[in-house]
Write a protein that binds this ligand. Structure first.
Ligand code: UN1
Length: 501
């Protein structure tokens, strides 16, 4: 029997005030996994109210103790890794090895941020005046709206929730409506780890219906969003007007450059993994390959050969290389790019089809696709497709390759395959991307470094690593004058204070 999933508000599992539900289904075969409560703006109000009420208590709870709760949550995630990965594969389609990786990334982030319970360093610096103390410390932002996507159902929520919690913020968590089960699982883990009621509230439902209300709610101080650049821009607009803090992690049009001195077989492995892992539904996915002319024919031949051998199937089946995309709408969007590409002069060198018979026809499958004869300004080379489609563009040297890499509005991840250290360093310096790889694909960022991108990939913030701490806290500079008299910074001389040497 299908499960029923509820909101979590003020420590209680509750249905939406509307009493309505939506279906949570397996994108590989349409099977019903669960029904989920369909929230309304009134449920958002209740969640925000609970988070506000819990804020002072949580803010004043010692940070090392907050860290201990996260540490326990990390341990529970370790124990449940397999179970969570299997549920995730059913819920959003990516293959088991990848959903295990997703849970692992969540564990890594949880442990990393648990450690911040005893760090959260500020500065203690000398004052320019005698008998005066100067230091800075972090202060929580308040109530955070964590709005998360479906492609990393566990990892991405932990990037937002764990730093927010350890810094003393409370949260309203609104996950994408395709993955209510994994969101419930994460909240259960934190609840079992000892998180007090109201600190983390979960609202299930549609972003289109709840998003604006949540973002503009006077009780929300910070919006942390991962998703499309269009939605990110809209959130910035409506929240910026209210001077709310906004951190956005948005689209990508990531490229892998292969120079003629590269180890081509290694590059092929990196391209297949980065272009087709998670069925291309990563913001870090490689959707462009920039091939040096000297190596283009060999590279394309090898890529096409390997792509044609990749097996579509249910992500829980052993032999599957690529699972379905998440939904019908997503499948239609991905597939719509094939005629767009052909019309602009590109060639479908591998894949390009939606399987229409057998078991695959029951799910949202798209063949892994390689497009050749692509020019840098074509739509398939500029727009984020978010599916298993990679476009090969040719370039004559490393300078041209870098220009192509930088020629989109996005700037998340990029990579170069070369044995030439000079070209590698030139690329590392000139690529306009937040994440750069050398001799590795564009996916697989580790949580201890900043994650995010330049240009329209974001709005200047970074998730993960130490950088995440800056999103979920405000800096507070504190001066303590223990001289017992008026001292005027920038004006009083040491002669006047009587402390000149
Ligand atoms: C995303 O697709 O939004 O670097 C995140 C990676 C993963 C995270 C991807 N660690 O591919």
């Amino acid at each position: 029997m299908a499960m029923h999933l509820q909101n979590h508000i003020d420590g209680r599992w509750v249905d939406s005030v509307s009493g309505e539900t939506f279906d949570d289904t397996d994108p590989a075969n349409g099977e019903l996994i669960a029904t989920a409560t369909k929230s309304t703006t009134a449920d958002v109000d209740r969640a925000v109210e609970a988070a506000r009420k819990a804020y002072d208590g949580w803010r004043l709870y010692p940070a090392p103790k907050r860290g201990e709760i996260l540490f326990r949550a990390g341990q529970i995630l370790v124990e449940r890794k397999d179970e969570l990965a299997r549920e995730m594969t059913r819920e959003m389609g990516k293959v088991l090895a990848e959903t295990r990786g997703d849970v692992q990334e969540g564990i890594d982030m949880t442990y990393y941020m648990a450690g911040e319970g005893r760090r959260q360093f500020g500065d203690v610096v000398p004052s320019e005046l005698p008998n005066k103390w100067a230091m800075s410390m972090r202060h929580p932002v308040g109530v955070v709206a964590a709005i998360t996507p479906w492609n990393f159902p566990l990892a991405i929520p932990t990037w937002k929730i764990m730093p927010a919690l350890v810094l003393g913020n409370t949260i309203v968590f609104k996950p994408a409506s395709y993955i209510p089960l994994l969101a419930v699982r994460l909240v259960q883990v934190l609840e079992e780890a000892g998180l007090p009621p109201g600190v983390l509230n979960l609202v299930l439902g549609s972003g289109a219906e709840l998003g604006d209300h949540l973002v503009t709610h006077p009780g929300i101080d910070l919006i942390s969003f991962t998703g499309s650049s269009d939605t990110g821009s809209h959130i910035n607009e409506i929240a910026g007007k209210l001077l709310k803090r906004v951190s956005c992690e948005l689209g990508g049009k990531n490229a892998i450059v292969v120079m003629d001195d590269a180890n081509v077989d290694l590059a092929v492995e990196g391209i297949l993994w980065s272009a087709f892992g998670t069925s291309g539904q990563r913001c870090t996915a490689a959707s462009r390959v920039v091939a040096d002319r000297g190596v283009a024919t060999e590279l394309v031949d090898k890529l096409v050969g390997r792509t044609k051998k990749m097996r579509l199937g249910h992500g829980l089946d052993d032999g599957t290389d690529i699972g379905p995309v998440v939904s019908k709408a997503q499948l239609e969007k991905v597939h719509s790019y094939i005629p767009i590409a052909e019309k602009e002069g590109a060639t479908v060198a591998a894949g390009g089809k939606v399987p229409s018979s057998g078991a695959l026809a029951k799910g949202f499958f798209h063949e892994p696709t390689i497009l050749t004869d692509v020019k840098p300004n074509m739509r398939v080379a500029q727009e984020e497709i978010f599916g298993p489609v990679a476009s090969v563009i040719e370039a004559t040297n490393v300078e041209e390759a870098i220009r192509v890499v930088n020629s989109t509005k996005y700037g998340l991840s990029c990579s170069i395959y070369t044995q030439d250290v000079n070209k590698a360093f030139q690329f590392m310096r000139d690529a306009e991307c937040g994440i750069v790889y050398v001799n590795a694909g564009t996916i697989g960022a580790e949580i201890q470094l900043p994650f995010g991108g330049m240009k329209s990939t974001g709005n200047g913030h970074r998730e993960a690593g130490r950088a995440a701490m800056d999103v979920y806290s405000e800096w507070k500079s504190i001066y303590v004058d223990f001289s017992g008299k008026l001292q005027r910074a920038q004006m009083d001389t040491l002669e006047k204070t009587g402390t000149a040497p």
